[in-house]
Design a binder for this molecule. Structure first.
Ligand SMILES: [Zn+2]
Length: 304
């Protein structure tokens, strides 16, 4: 056999082998895609946890806002938007919490956005024209801090998963039922343990309106808007100190990401103490239920 023949044999044998390998890996990729888990992006921490409870090992859940970053003022980067285009579902709180959602339509965004506030009737929402040109509803977005409303968010997530992955419909609905039962227990616990206590408390930012409405409490706030980054003015601090004195409150609440000095100034003026009341807006140690239970325990110290 001369060299030319060897070369021909090599081409005849090697080339089909190479084509086969390429073909095989192609079809493997296609198969994996067809069988892959739902790719879900969630806008902030509580929804990340709710989506994991419902989807478990059948869903890949990604948190859009990086861990530890406060979500109120967060905006996605171009890379985030590209990742969102590739996801099967983007789960948001709604009620204006994700201010960036309105801008997506301007860049021709084609993704499946699931608004978990769908079906939640709130009388604290007011419709208004904001300073930019588009009108939208805005108001108090903090529905997840009321476990009764959080159950609706969980069900909305389960229904979206069922719709986009009907094969696992029963799995998602059963997981949602189980988690909603846990939220029912939390709701009963809060209702029972706060039922015979006083009503007024001073939260850091305006996050506990739905919670207060559910459990018959009166929320006063250090930061009057629902923007936790707002700086309290001297006048605001004085007003809060007067409110605390009038109502004979001894505990002032702060948040994980707030400047602790603000609550300290007030508590020093009334000879009180500072405790944390978490709006559960950022990921931290502990899950939603354990952090809500911690909130309940701190509220009991203030009110009972
Ligand atoms: Zn908030």
């Amino acid at each position: 056999m001369n060299n030319t023949n060897l070369a021909i044999i090599a081409i005849v044998i090697v080339v089909p082998l190479v084509s086969f390998v390429v073909y095989a890996s192609d079809s493997k990729i296609q198969q994996n895609t067809a069988n892959s888990d739902l790719q879900v992006m969630t806008s902030f921490y509580p929804l990340y946890e709710f989506a994991q409870k419902v989807g478990q090992d059948k869903v890949d859940v990604i948190l859009l806002v990086p861990m530890g970053v406060e979500p109120h003022d967060w905006e996605p980067t171009i890379q985030d938007v590209q990742r969102m285009q590739k996801a099967d579902l983007i789960v948001i709180n709604g009620l204006g919490f994700e201010s960036w959602v309105g801008h997506l339509s301007e860049i021709n965004f084609h993704g499946n956005i699931i608004d978990t506030s769908t079906g939640i009737k709130t009388d604290m929402i007011d419709s208004h024209e904001d300073s930019s040109n588009h009108s939208h509803t805005s108001g108090d977005p903090h529905i997840w801090l009321n476990p009764v409303l959080a159950k609706i968010q969980v069900q909305n997530i389960a229904d979206a998963f069922s719709k986009h992955d009907p094969q696992n419909d029963k799995f998602y609905q059963l997981n949602a039922e189980n988690y909603k039962n846990e939220l029912d227990l939390l709701d009963t616990k809060i209702r029972n343990e706060l039922s015979s206590c006083s009503r007024d408390f001073i939260a850091f930012h305006d996050a506990f309106s739905y919670f207060s409405q559910e459990y018959g409490l009166n929320q006063h706030t250090i930061i009057p808007s629902n923007n936790p980054h707002a700086e309290p003015t001297a006048r605001t601090l004085e007003d809060v100190i007067n409110t605390a004195k009038e109502l004979d409150l001894k505990i002032i609440f702060t948040e994980e990401t707030a400047d602790p000095r603000t609550a300290e100034i007030i508590s020093n003026a009334i000879n009180g103490r500072v405790l944390v009341l978490s709006p559960i807006e950022i990921g931290d140690d502990g899950d939603y239920i354990s952090r809500m239970t911690e909130n309940l325990n701190n509220l009991k110290e203030a009110l009972c």
